[in-house]
Design a protein around this ligand. Structure first.
Ligand SMILES: NC(=O)c1ccc[n+]([C@@H]2O[C@H](COP(=O)([O-])OP(=O)(O)OC[C@H]3O[C@@H](n4cnc5c(N)ncnc54)[C@H](O)[C@@H]3O)[C@@H](O)[C@H]2O)c1
Length: 419
């Protein structure tokens, strides 16, 4: 075989993986459905925030190439699948991209090949969905080829932990597959952790994300009643965080966003409901609370306007930072979107500012991105800080605004109103 690795799906997860493999001189190609993604990469352009154009140029320098042609799989010793796992229209798992990527692999599967699924999914997917498609042509996992699941733990924008120094969990559908997959990741990841099997590896990822989802919901609910009790929850968290064991700090906010936290726990609750017939109550409650946060922010904006004897209808509301996380450009599932929709539906004049988002269309309506932040801060009836991007640290947001609602607890000063 002429390629050590083919990465299927060159997005936030697949591209950094390909980069890391190129760094240790593996021969790597990437397969993606999107001609725009493939052409961009082959022309040295990165579409993923964590990689610069220079990073892509370095990858091309090692021989990396991207393609839309699935025949490239035939050349690979190892194939890693990093395609999206969104929710379907009814809120359940949509494994369409996984199934079609696996079907492409099955067509070019050859003896000795290692196939790894990295897309986040419900426990059992590798054994129940991927394995039968791969074995349909007669080759057997564990004997003729190897199959494993390894959850991706990429944290976009995190400069301390990347693929190399974040421990990698690996679980095969049999022991031979676990061993071969662990040896593959051992080439470029410092610590490889073997799971008992693929189901445990799949569940480990969902435990990590569900844990965050639930703890964020806990502080979001506490934020609402702490305000009524006149208790500063951020100060409470600061104090609790001094306990050196048994406590991890989570912080309230305007809701949860991104590709993982709002979506992955649904995969788990789907599995529990479909197979066991009962709800995963923690997840459903957390979802209800986290999804209610944009409406709670609207209520807090209304309360601030009330202090100035103003109505929300016609009020100028400026949203600062509309991505799902600070200092990255990713807007997927950002709670800023339902918040903007709710403000617009009540007649507010909504504008936004975000150094990472040149255009924004949250309700099918292109919102004005303020060009002059100083003037916009001074003229808005209420400013809502949604993401504390680094750029805002140099600006006296509270001093320049008439009224400011800080949904992240990062601003200080007598005029700052927190969530
Ligand atoms: N983004 C994150 O921070 C993150 C973190 C951990 C895990 N994950 C998981 O990793 C998986 C991938 O997420 P992502 O954020 O990289 O997605 P993404 O949307 O950034 O990239 C996926 C890429 O796959 C391509 N694609 C879709 N179907 C394909 C197919 N059949 N064949 C070839 N290419 C195909 C798309 O064109 C796209 O370029 C998801 O399961 C996600 O839940 C994401």
């Amino acid at each position: 075989m002429s390629l050590d690795l083919v990465v299927v799906g060159l997005g936030y997860v697949g591209l950094p993986l390909a980069q890391e493999a190129c760094r240790v001189s593996l021969t790597v190609a990437g397969l993606d459905l999107s001609a725009a993604v493939v052409d961009g990469l082959n022309n040295g352009q990165s579409h993923v925030g964590d990689l610069s154009d220079e990073d892509v140029a370095r990858m091309l320098g090692t021989g990396f190439r991207a393609t839309t042609d699935p025949a490239v799989i035939a050349e690979a010793n190892t194939v890693v699948i990093c395609v999206p796992t969104p929710l379907s229209a009814d809120g359940g798992p949509d494994l369409g991209a996984v199934r079609s990527a696996v079907a492409a692999v099955a067509e070019h599967l050859h003896p000795g090949m290692l196939v790894i699924l990295e897309s986040t999914t419900y426990p059992g997917t590798t054994e129940e969905e991927v394995l039968p498609i791969l074995e349909a042509r007669g080759l057997r996992a564990g004997d003729d080829f190897y199959l494993a699941f390894s959850p991706e733990r990429v944290d976009p924008g995190n400069t301390e932990f990347g693929i190399r120094n974040t421990p990698k969990v690996v679980g095969g559908v049999d022991d031979a597959s676990t061993t071969v997959a662990a040896a593959f990741y051992g080439k470029f990841v410092e610590t490889v952790v073997t799971a008992r099997g693929s189901r445990e590896a799949e569940m480990a990822k969902l435990l990590e994300n569900t844990y965050r989802h639930i703890n964020i919901a806990l502080v979001n609910e506490m934020a609402q009643f702490c305000r009524e009790l006149d208790i500063d929850l951020w100060d409470v968290i600061r104090c609790a965080s001094t306990k050196p064991f048994g406590f991890q700090a989570f912080y309230p906010g305007p809701g949860v966003g991104g590709h993982c936290i709002p979506i992955d726990p649904n995969y788990l609750s789907y599995k529990v409901r479909a197979e066991l017939g009962h709800p995963f109550r923690f997840v459903e409650l957390a979802q209800e609370i986290n999804n209610s946060m944009p409406a709670y922010v609207v209520q807090r904006v209304q309360e601030l306007l009330n202090e100035d004897a103003k109505a929300l209808r016609g009020a100028k509301v400026l949203l600062l930072g509309v991505t799902y996380k600070a200092d990255i450009a990713d807007q997927r599932q950002s709670p800023a979107e339902p918040l903007a929709r709710q403000l617009l539906s009540r007649g507010a004049e909504v504008t936004y500012h975000d150094p990472f988002v040149p255009t924004w269309q949250p309700a099918g309506e292109l919102l004005t991105r303020v060009a002059d932040l100083d003037t916009a801060l001074a003229t808005a009836d209420v400013v809502v800080l949604l993401q504390p991007h680094g750029q805002y640290r140099a600006i006296d947001l509270a001093g320049q605004s008439r009224r400011i609602l800080d949904t992240r607890g990062t601003l200080t000063g007598a005029d700052v109103v927190r969530l």
